[in-house]
Design a protein around this ligand. Structure first.
Ligand SMILES: Nc1nc2c(ncn2[C@@H]2O[C@H](COP(=O)(O)OP(=O)(O)OP(=O)(O)O)[C@@H](O)[C@H]2O)c(=O)[nH]1
Ligand SMILES: [Mg+2]
Length: 467
Protein backbone atom coordinates (compact mmCIF):
# COMPACT_ATOMS: atom_id res chain seq x y z
CA UNK A 1 0.00 0.00 0.00
CA UNK A 2 1.42 3.36 -0.95
CA UNK A 3 0.62 4.92 2.38
CA UNK A 4 2.48 2.20 4.21
CA UNK A 5 5.59 2.82 2.16
CA UNK A 6 5.45 6.51 2.95
CA UNK A 7 5.19 5.73 6.61
CA UNK A 8 8.38 3.71 6.53
CA UNK A 9 10.18 6.40 4.62
CA UNK A 10 9.37 8.92 7.28
CA UNK A 11 10.26 6.55 10.02
CA UNK A 12 13.73 6.08 8.66
CA UNK A 13 14.38 9.67 7.86
CA UNK A 14 12.80 11.82 10.46
CA UNK A 15 13.00 9.67 13.50
CA UNK A 16 16.65 8.75 13.49
CA UNK A 17 18.09 7.19 16.56
CA UNK A 18 21.33 8.04 18.33
CA UNK A 19 24.12 5.56 18.69
CA UNK A 20 24.16 6.51 22.38
CA UNK A 21 25.31 9.74 23.92
CA UNK A 22 26.76 7.90 26.85
CA UNK A 23 28.27 5.34 24.54
CA UNK A 24 30.80 7.83 23.22
CA UNK A 25 33.44 9.56 25.24
CA UNK A 26 32.79 13.21 25.73
CA UNK A 27 34.42 15.74 23.48
CA UNK A 28 36.19 13.13 21.41
CA UNK A 29 32.89 12.54 19.61
CA UNK A 30 34.27 14.39 16.60
CA UNK A 31 36.04 11.18 15.61
CA UNK A 32 33.06 9.06 16.41
CA UNK A 33 32.07 8.51 12.83
CA UNK A 34 33.53 9.34 9.45
CA UNK A 35 32.59 12.74 8.15
CA UNK A 36 31.19 13.57 11.54
CA UNK A 37 31.98 17.25 11.41
CA UNK A 38 29.56 17.80 8.55
CA UNK A 39 26.46 15.69 9.01
CA UNK A 40 24.92 17.13 5.85
CA UNK A 41 27.53 15.43 3.61
CA UNK A 42 28.48 12.13 5.24
CA UNK A 43 31.25 10.12 3.73
CA UNK A 44 30.59 7.17 1.46
CA UNK A 45 31.36 4.72 4.24
CA UNK A 46 28.77 6.29 6.50
CA UNK A 47 26.29 6.40 3.64
CA UNK A 48 26.76 2.70 2.97
CA UNK A 49 26.10 1.96 6.60
CA UNK A 50 22.78 3.82 6.49
CA UNK A 51 21.41 3.40 2.98
CA UNK A 52 17.79 3.77 4.04
CA UNK A 53 18.36 6.97 5.98
CA UNK A 54 20.20 8.51 3.07
CA UNK A 55 17.44 7.55 0.67
CA UNK A 56 14.86 9.04 2.98
CA UNK A 57 16.88 12.18 3.41
CA UNK A 58 16.73 12.76 -0.34
CA UNK A 59 13.00 12.17 -0.47
CA UNK A 60 12.40 14.86 2.13
CA UNK A 61 14.55 17.44 0.37
CA UNK A 62 12.60 20.64 -0.01
CA UNK A 63 9.92 19.39 2.35
CA UNK A 64 7.58 18.30 -0.45
CA UNK A 65 6.34 15.28 1.45
CA UNK A 66 5.69 17.07 4.68
CA UNK A 67 2.13 18.19 5.44
CA UNK A 68 1.24 19.53 8.88
CA UNK A 69 -2.16 21.03 8.17
CA UNK A 70 -4.97 19.75 6.01
CA UNK A 71 -8.71 19.33 5.59
CA UNK A 72 -10.44 16.08 4.88
CA UNK A 73 -13.95 14.69 4.81
CA UNK A 74 -14.75 11.49 6.63
CA UNK A 75 -17.90 9.47 6.06
CA UNK A 76 -19.09 6.23 7.56
CA UNK A 77 -20.33 3.61 5.12
CA UNK A 78 -23.98 3.65 4.09
CA UNK A 79 -26.16 1.05 5.80
CA UNK A 80 -27.47 -1.72 3.55
CA UNK A 81 -31.20 -1.78 2.71
CA UNK A 82 -33.59 -4.21 4.29
CA UNK A 83 -35.14 -6.72 1.89
CA UNK A 84 -38.80 -7.29 0.98
CA UNK A 85 -39.22 -10.98 0.34
CA UNK A 86 -41.68 -13.82 0.99
CA UNK A 87 -41.24 -17.53 1.30
CA UNK A 88 -42.05 -19.25 -1.98
CA UNK A 89 -42.15 -23.01 -1.91
CA UNK A 90 -43.99 -25.92 -3.40
CA UNK A 91 -47.55 -25.91 -2.04
CA UNK A 92 -46.94 -22.58 -0.25
CA UNK A 93 -48.62 -19.95 -2.37
CA UNK A 94 -48.21 -16.99 -0.03
CA UNK A 95 -45.43 -17.71 2.43
CA UNK A 96 -44.48 -15.48 5.34
CA UNK A 97 -42.21 -12.46 4.99
CA UNK A 98 -38.54 -13.47 5.08
CA UNK A 99 -36.52 -10.40 3.96
CA UNK A 100 -33.16 -10.03 5.70
CA UNK A 101 -31.86 -6.86 7.39
CA UNK A 102 -29.24 -4.69 5.70
CA UNK A 103 -25.72 -4.66 7.13
CA UNK A 104 -24.44 -1.64 9.09
CA UNK A 105 -21.96 0.58 7.23
CA UNK A 106 -18.31 0.55 8.29
CA UNK A 107 -16.89 3.14 10.70
CA UNK A 108 -13.97 5.50 10.10
CA UNK A 109 -11.32 5.44 12.84
CA UNK A 110 -8.19 7.49 13.41
CA UNK A 111 -5.34 5.52 14.91
CA UNK A 112 -2.20 7.20 16.22
CA UNK A 113 0.98 5.76 14.76
CA UNK A 114 4.18 7.24 16.13
CA UNK A 115 6.01 6.11 12.98
CA UNK A 116 3.99 8.56 10.92
CA UNK A 117 5.50 12.01 10.96
CA UNK A 118 3.43 13.85 8.43
CA UNK A 119 -0.22 14.17 7.46
CA UNK A 120 0.71 13.46 3.85
CA UNK A 121 -0.47 9.86 4.21
CA UNK A 122 -4.03 10.95 5.08
CA UNK A 123 -6.27 11.13 2.03
CA UNK A 124 -8.65 14.05 1.59
CA UNK A 125 -11.76 11.88 1.23
CA UNK A 126 -12.16 9.02 3.60
CA UNK A 127 -15.17 6.76 3.34
CA UNK A 128 -15.71 3.38 4.96
CA UNK A 129 -17.29 0.46 3.09
CA UNK A 130 -21.11 0.29 2.89
CA UNK A 131 -23.09 -2.52 4.50
CA UNK A 132 -24.58 -5.05 2.09
CA UNK A 133 -28.31 -5.20 1.41
CA UNK A 134 -30.37 -7.88 3.11
CA UNK A 135 -31.55 -10.78 0.93
CA UNK A 136 -34.43 -13.27 0.79
CA UNK A 137 -34.58 -16.39 2.97
CA UNK A 138 -33.81 -14.19 6.01
CA UNK A 139 -30.25 -13.57 4.89
CA UNK A 140 -28.89 -10.46 6.59
CA UNK A 141 -26.40 -8.30 4.73
CA UNK A 142 -22.86 -8.36 6.12
CA UNK A 143 -21.44 -5.29 7.86
CA UNK A 144 -19.29 -2.88 5.82
CA UNK A 145 -15.56 -2.89 6.51
CA UNK A 146 -14.13 -0.22 8.82
CA UNK A 147 -11.57 2.24 7.58
CA UNK A 148 -8.64 2.76 9.93
CA UNK A 149 -6.57 5.82 9.07
CA UNK A 150 -3.14 6.14 10.60
CA UNK A 151 -2.31 9.64 11.78
CA UNK A 152 0.89 10.96 13.36
CA UNK A 153 1.22 11.43 17.09
CA UNK A 154 0.33 15.02 17.99
CA UNK A 155 -2.51 15.40 15.50
CA UNK A 156 -5.18 17.86 16.59
CA UNK A 157 -8.57 17.28 14.95
CA UNK A 158 -11.30 19.92 14.73
CA UNK A 159 -14.63 19.70 12.97
CA UNK A 160 -15.38 22.57 10.64
CA UNK A 161 -18.68 23.43 8.97
CA UNK A 162 -19.12 21.74 5.62
CA UNK A 163 -21.87 23.79 3.93
CA UNK A 164 -24.20 26.62 4.89
CA UNK A 165 -27.76 25.36 5.40
CA UNK A 166 -30.02 27.55 3.22
CA UNK A 167 -33.13 26.35 5.15
CA UNK A 168 -31.74 27.81 8.37
CA UNK A 169 -31.28 31.18 6.67
CA UNK A 170 -34.92 31.14 5.59
CA UNK A 171 -36.24 30.56 9.13
CA UNK A 172 -34.06 33.39 10.41
CA UNK A 173 -35.50 35.61 7.68
CA UNK A 174 -39.11 34.98 8.74
CA UNK A 175 -38.27 35.47 12.41
CA UNK A 176 -36.95 38.92 11.64
CA UNK A 177 -40.53 39.77 10.54
CA UNK A 178 -41.58 39.80 14.21
CA UNK A 179 -39.16 42.61 14.95
CA UNK A 180 -40.86 44.75 12.34
CA UNK A 181 -44.22 44.29 14.06
CA UNK A 182 -45.77 42.20 11.24
CA UNK A 183 -46.94 39.40 13.59
CA UNK A 184 -49.75 38.09 11.32
CA UNK A 185 -47.35 37.75 8.44
CA UNK A 186 -44.87 36.03 10.67
CA UNK A 187 -47.43 33.52 11.99
CA UNK A 188 -48.64 32.75 8.46
CA UNK A 189 -45.09 32.23 7.36
CA UNK A 190 -44.42 30.03 10.38
CA UNK A 191 -47.55 27.96 9.74
CA UNK A 192 -46.61 27.53 6.10
CA UNK A 193 -43.14 26.58 7.23
CA UNK A 194 -44.49 24.00 9.71
CA UNK A 195 -46.82 22.67 7.03
CA UNK A 196 -43.93 22.44 4.67
CA UNK A 197 -41.87 20.74 7.40
CA UNK A 198 -44.64 18.19 8.01
CA UNK A 199 -44.87 17.48 4.28
CA UNK A 200 -41.12 17.27 4.06
CA UNK A 201 -41.03 14.91 7.05
CA UNK A 202 -43.66 12.68 5.43
CA UNK A 203 -41.68 12.71 2.21
CA UNK A 204 -38.50 12.01 4.17
CA UNK A 205 -40.21 9.11 5.84
CA UNK A 206 -41.45 7.72 2.53
CA UNK A 207 -37.89 7.94 1.27
CA UNK A 208 -36.81 5.70 4.13
CA UNK A 209 -38.68 2.70 2.73
CA UNK A 210 -38.02 0.29 -0.08
CA UNK A 211 -41.13 -1.24 -1.71
CA UNK A 212 -42.04 -4.53 -3.31
CA UNK A 213 -42.23 -4.05 -7.11
CA UNK A 214 -45.40 -2.17 -8.10
CA UNK A 215 -46.46 -1.69 -4.47
CA UNK A 216 -45.17 1.88 -4.17
CA UNK A 217 -48.67 3.38 -4.35
CA UNK A 218 -50.43 0.74 -2.27
CA UNK A 219 -48.07 0.95 0.69
CA UNK A 220 -48.99 3.74 3.09
CA UNK A 221 -45.74 3.86 4.99
CA UNK A 222 -46.44 7.20 6.68
CA UNK A 223 -48.40 5.39 9.39
CA UNK A 224 -45.73 2.74 9.91
CA UNK A 225 -43.95 3.31 13.23
CA UNK A 226 -40.18 3.33 12.91
CA UNK A 227 -38.28 0.89 15.16
CA UNK A 228 -36.85 2.61 18.27
CA UNK A 229 -33.25 1.71 17.36
CA UNK A 230 -33.73 3.22 13.92
CA UNK A 231 -35.33 6.37 15.35
CA UNK A 232 -32.41 6.85 17.74
CA UNK A 233 -29.88 6.42 14.90
CA UNK A 234 -31.83 8.89 12.75
CA UNK A 235 -31.89 11.41 15.60
CA UNK A 236 -28.14 11.09 16.12
CA UNK A 237 -27.58 11.56 12.42
CA UNK A 238 -29.65 14.75 12.41
CA UNK A 239 -28.04 16.14 15.56
CA UNK A 240 -24.37 15.25 15.29
CA UNK A 241 -22.01 16.10 18.14
CA UNK A 242 -19.11 18.28 16.98
CA UNK A 243 -15.79 16.50 17.09
CA UNK A 244 -12.65 17.84 18.73
CA UNK A 245 -9.69 15.55 19.41
CA UNK A 246 -6.10 15.68 20.49
CA UNK A 247 -4.40 12.46 19.48
CA UNK A 248 -1.26 12.09 21.55
CA UNK A 249 -0.81 8.43 22.50
CA UNK A 250 0.62 5.77 20.23
CA UNK A 251 -2.03 3.17 19.39
CA UNK A 252 -4.92 5.42 20.48
CA UNK A 253 -7.94 4.66 18.28
CA UNK A 254 -10.83 7.10 17.96
CA UNK A 255 -14.08 6.85 16.07
CA UNK A 256 -14.53 9.84 13.78
CA UNK A 257 -17.50 8.79 11.64
CA UNK A 258 -19.99 6.08 12.49
CA UNK A 259 -21.40 3.87 9.76
CA UNK A 260 -25.12 4.09 8.94
CA UNK A 261 -27.52 1.62 10.50
CA UNK A 262 -28.71 -1.13 8.16
CA UNK A 263 -32.42 -1.13 7.24
CA UNK A 264 -34.85 -3.71 8.64
CA UNK A 265 -36.32 -6.42 6.44
CA UNK A 266 -40.08 -6.76 5.94
CA UNK A 267 -40.63 -9.38 8.73
CA UNK A 268 -39.95 -6.51 11.12
CA UNK A 269 -43.20 -4.81 10.12
CA UNK A 270 -45.62 -7.73 10.50
CA UNK A 271 -48.55 -6.53 12.61
CA UNK A 272 -52.10 -7.56 13.47
CA UNK A 273 -53.39 -5.48 10.56
CA UNK A 274 -50.68 -6.25 8.03
CA UNK A 275 -49.53 -9.88 7.92
CA UNK A 276 -47.70 -9.41 4.63
CA UNK A 277 -45.81 -6.10 4.68
CA UNK A 278 -44.63 -5.24 1.21
CA UNK A 279 -42.01 -2.77 2.35
CA UNK A 280 -38.74 -2.72 4.26
CA UNK A 281 -36.49 0.02 5.63
CA UNK A 282 -33.59 1.45 3.71
CA UNK A 283 -30.21 1.74 5.40
CA UNK A 284 -29.16 5.11 6.81
CA UNK A 285 -26.23 7.08 5.45
CA UNK A 286 -23.10 7.10 7.60
CA UNK A 287 -22.05 10.15 9.62
CA UNK A 288 -20.19 12.65 7.53
CA UNK A 289 -17.83 15.36 8.77
CA UNK A 290 -15.37 17.86 7.44
CA UNK A 291 -12.30 17.83 9.64
CA UNK A 292 -9.31 20.07 9.95
CA UNK A 293 -6.17 18.21 10.95
CA UNK A 294 -3.18 19.98 12.41
CA UNK A 295 0.03 18.27 13.37
CA UNK A 296 1.79 19.68 16.40
CA UNK A 297 4.98 17.69 16.76
CA UNK A 298 5.48 16.12 20.14
CA UNK A 299 9.04 15.87 21.36
CA UNK A 300 10.66 16.08 24.79
CA UNK A 301 12.95 18.84 23.66
CA UNK A 302 12.46 21.54 21.04
CA UNK A 303 15.47 23.35 19.56
CA UNK A 304 14.48 26.98 19.16
CA UNK A 305 16.73 29.47 17.42
CA UNK A 306 17.26 32.03 14.71
CA UNK A 307 18.04 30.70 11.23
CA UNK A 308 21.65 29.58 10.84
CA UNK A 309 22.24 29.30 14.59
CA UNK A 310 23.30 25.66 14.15
CA UNK A 311 20.18 23.77 15.34
CA UNK A 312 20.41 21.10 12.65
CA UNK A 313 24.15 20.70 13.21
CA UNK A 314 23.41 20.23 16.89
CA UNK A 315 20.72 17.61 16.25
CA UNK A 316 23.20 15.76 14.05
CA UNK A 317 25.75 15.92 16.86
CA UNK A 318 23.52 14.56 19.62
CA UNK A 319 21.66 11.94 17.60
CA UNK A 320 22.17 9.98 14.41
CA UNK A 321 19.63 12.14 12.60
CA UNK A 322 21.04 13.85 9.52
CA UNK A 323 19.13 17.02 8.85
CA UNK A 324 20.48 19.19 6.08
CA UNK A 325 23.07 21.73 7.19
CA UNK A 326 24.04 24.70 5.04
CA UNK A 327 25.44 28.19 5.61
CA UNK A 328 22.25 30.02 4.63
CA UNK A 329 19.02 30.73 6.53
CA UNK A 330 15.90 28.54 6.29
CA UNK A 331 17.78 25.41 5.35
CA UNK A 332 15.35 23.46 7.51
CA UNK A 333 11.71 23.83 6.52
CA UNK A 334 10.09 21.01 8.52
CA UNK A 335 10.59 19.78 12.04
CA UNK A 336 13.07 16.96 12.22
CA UNK A 337 13.11 14.58 15.17
CA UNK A 338 16.05 12.62 16.54
CA UNK A 339 16.13 10.28 19.50
CA UNK A 340 18.97 10.45 22.00
CA UNK A 341 19.70 7.19 23.82
CA UNK A 342 21.48 7.31 27.14
CA UNK A 343 23.47 4.42 28.54
CA UNK A 344 20.87 3.77 31.27
CA UNK A 345 18.20 3.23 28.58
CA UNK A 346 16.77 6.70 29.07
CA UNK A 347 15.64 8.20 25.80
CA UNK A 348 14.68 11.69 24.83
CA UNK A 349 13.33 12.97 21.56
CA UNK A 350 14.75 16.21 20.22
CA UNK A 351 12.99 18.24 17.53
CA UNK A 352 14.94 20.50 15.21
CA UNK A 353 12.43 23.24 14.46
CA UNK A 354 12.92 25.64 11.53
CA UNK A 355 14.43 29.02 12.37
CA UNK A 356 12.35 31.88 13.76
CA UNK A 357 12.80 35.53 12.89
CA UNK A 358 11.36 38.68 14.50
CA UNK A 359 7.67 38.89 13.56
CA UNK A 360 7.28 35.09 13.45
CA UNK A 361 4.19 35.38 15.67
CA UNK A 362 2.59 37.38 12.84
CA UNK A 363 3.55 34.56 10.48
CA UNK A 364 6.56 36.42 9.11
CA UNK A 365 8.90 33.84 7.56
CA UNK A 366 6.21 31.13 7.86
CA UNK A 367 6.46 31.63 11.62
CA UNK A 368 3.10 30.05 12.47
CA UNK A 369 3.83 26.80 10.76
CA UNK A 370 7.08 26.57 12.73
CA UNK A 371 5.81 27.85 16.08
CA UNK A 372 3.04 25.26 16.26
CA UNK A 373 5.69 22.56 16.55
CA UNK A 374 7.23 24.23 19.59
CA UNK A 375 4.00 24.28 21.60
CA UNK A 376 4.22 20.60 22.59
CA UNK A 377 7.89 20.39 23.60
CA UNK A 378 8.33 19.85 27.33
CA UNK A 379 11.70 21.57 27.41
CA UNK A 380 12.85 24.42 25.21
CA UNK A 381 16.50 24.60 24.25
CA UNK A 382 17.46 27.94 22.77
CA UNK A 383 20.30 27.57 20.29
CA UNK A 384 22.03 30.92 19.99
CA UNK A 385 24.93 31.85 17.72
CA UNK A 386 27.71 33.11 20.01
CA UNK A 387 29.59 34.74 17.16
CA UNK A 388 26.83 37.35 16.66
CA UNK A 389 27.30 40.87 17.98
CA UNK A 390 24.79 40.58 20.85
CA UNK A 391 23.58 36.95 21.21
CA UNK A 392 21.54 37.85 24.30
CA UNK A 393 19.39 40.08 22.10
CA UNK A 394 18.66 37.05 19.91
CA UNK A 395 17.52 35.13 22.98
CA UNK A 396 15.20 37.97 24.06
CA UNK A 397 13.80 38.21 20.53
CA UNK A 398 13.09 34.47 20.49
CA UNK A 399 11.38 34.57 23.86
CA UNK A 400 9.31 37.54 22.78
CA UNK A 401 8.14 35.73 19.64
CA UNK A 402 7.15 32.66 21.67
CA UNK A 403 5.16 34.73 24.15
CA UNK A 404 3.43 36.75 21.48
CA UNK A 405 2.42 33.52 19.73
CA UNK A 406 1.20 31.83 22.91
CA UNK A 407 1.28 33.69 26.22
CA UNK A 408 3.64 32.13 28.73
CA UNK A 409 5.26 29.76 26.23
CA UNK A 410 8.74 31.01 27.10
CA UNK A 411 8.10 30.12 30.76
CA UNK A 412 8.61 26.44 29.92
CA UNK A 413 11.68 24.85 31.49
CA UNK A 414 14.51 25.96 29.24
CA UNK A 415 18.23 26.30 28.83
CA UNK A 416 20.50 28.06 26.38
CA UNK A 417 23.09 26.35 24.23
CA UNK A 418 25.59 29.02 23.21
CA UNK A 419 26.68 27.52 19.91
CA UNK A 420 29.69 28.31 17.72
CA UNK A 421 31.84 28.71 20.83
CA UNK A 422 34.78 27.87 18.58
CA UNK A 423 34.33 31.12 16.62
CA UNK A 424 37.39 32.93 18.00
CA UNK A 425 37.78 35.76 20.52
CA UNK A 426 34.40 37.35 19.74
CA UNK A 427 32.60 34.21 20.89
CA UNK A 428 34.75 33.96 24.01
CA UNK A 429 34.16 37.60 24.92
CA UNK A 430 30.44 37.28 24.34
CA UNK A 431 30.23 34.17 26.46
CA UNK A 432 32.14 35.71 29.37
CA UNK A 433 29.95 38.80 29.27
CA UNK A 434 26.71 36.82 28.96
CA UNK A 435 27.51 34.29 31.66
CA UNK A 436 27.63 37.02 34.27
CA UNK A 437 24.07 38.13 33.59
CA UNK A 438 22.30 35.09 32.09
CA UNK A 439 18.98 34.23 33.70
CA UNK A 440 18.89 30.72 32.22
CA UNK A 441 21.49 27.93 32.40
CA UNK A 442 24.03 28.70 29.68
CA UNK A 443 26.13 25.92 28.13
CA UNK A 444 28.83 26.76 25.54
CA UNK A 445 29.04 24.22 22.70
CA UNK A 446 30.47 23.81 19.27
CA UNK A 447 28.02 21.65 17.37
CA UNK A 448 30.16 21.65 14.25
CA UNK A 449 33.30 20.41 15.99
CA UNK A 450 31.33 18.38 18.58
CA UNK A 451 32.76 20.09 21.61
CA UNK A 452 30.97 19.95 24.94
CA UNK A 453 28.12 17.93 23.43
CA UNK A 454 28.03 15.49 26.31
CA UNK A 455 27.72 18.32 28.82
CA UNK A 456 24.89 19.79 26.74
CA UNK A 457 22.88 16.55 26.58
CA UNK A 458 23.32 15.94 30.29
CA UNK A 459 22.22 19.49 31.10
CA UNK A 460 19.10 18.98 28.98
CA UNK A 461 18.41 15.70 30.71
CA UNK A 462 18.69 17.37 34.11
CA UNK A 463 15.99 19.84 33.12
CA UNK A 464 13.82 16.97 31.83
CA UNK A 465 14.37 14.93 35.00
CA UNK A 466 13.32 17.88 37.11
CA UNK A 467 9.89 17.90 35.46
N1 LIG B 1 31.93 27.59 13.41
C1 LIG B 1 30.83 26.91 13.64
N2 LIG B 1 29.91 26.83 12.68
C2 LIG B 1 28.79 26.15 12.94
C3 LIG B 1 28.56 25.53 14.19
N3 LIG B 1 27.36 24.93 14.15
C4 LIG B 1 26.85 25.15 12.92
N4 LIG B 1 27.70 25.87 12.19
C5 LIG B 1 27.52 26.30 10.82
O1 LIG B 1 26.42 27.18 10.74
C6 LIG B 1 25.73 27.04 9.50
C7 LIG B 1 24.26 26.82 9.76
O2 LIG B 1 24.09 25.58 10.42
P1 LIG B 1 22.68 24.84 10.47
O3 LIG B 1 22.83 23.71 11.37
O4 LIG B 1 22.17 24.60 9.10
O5 LIG B 1 21.80 25.99 11.13
P2 LIG B 1 20.24 25.96 11.45
O6 LIG B 1 20.05 26.67 12.71
O7 LIG B 1 19.73 24.58 11.36
O8 LIG B 1 19.68 26.84 10.25
P3 LIG B 1 18.19 26.84 9.66
O9 LIG B 1 17.84 25.45 9.31
O10 LIG B 1 18.31 27.69 8.45
O11 LIG B 1 17.31 27.45 10.68
C8 LIG B 1 26.39 25.86 8.80
O12 LIG B 1 27.29 26.37 7.85
C9 LIG B 1 27.14 25.14 9.91
O13 LIG B 1 28.29 24.45 9.43
C10 LIG B 1 29.57 25.63 15.20
O14 LIG B 1 29.49 25.12 16.30
N5 LIG B 1 30.68 26.34 14.85
MG1 LIG C 1 18.39 23.70 10.12
Amino acid sequence: MRCGVTAMQHKRGIHARAGGVDGVTGEETADNEPGADDPGTPSEAAAAARPQEQWMHRSRKGGRNFVDRMRCTVAGGHGGNGCVSFLRDAFVAQGPANGGNGGTGGDVWFEVDENETSLSCVKQRLRARPGMNGRGKSMHGPRGGDLVVRVPKGTVVRQVPAVVDPGAAQVTGSASGTDSGDSRGFLDALEAQLDQDARARAQDKAALFVHYPRWEDRNDVRRVPLPAEFRAALHELRNPQPLSLDLTTHGQRTLVARGGLGGFGNPHFISATDRQPHYALRGLPGESRTLELELKTIADVGLVGMPNAGKSTLLGAVSNAHPKVAPYPFTTLNPYIGTVDFRDSFQMTVADIPGLIPGAHRNVGLGHSFLRHIERSRVLVYVVDLSRAAPWDDLSALQRELDLYSAGLSQRPSLVLANKADAGPVAQRNFAQWQATAGLPLVPVSAKFRKNILKATHSIRQVLDAL
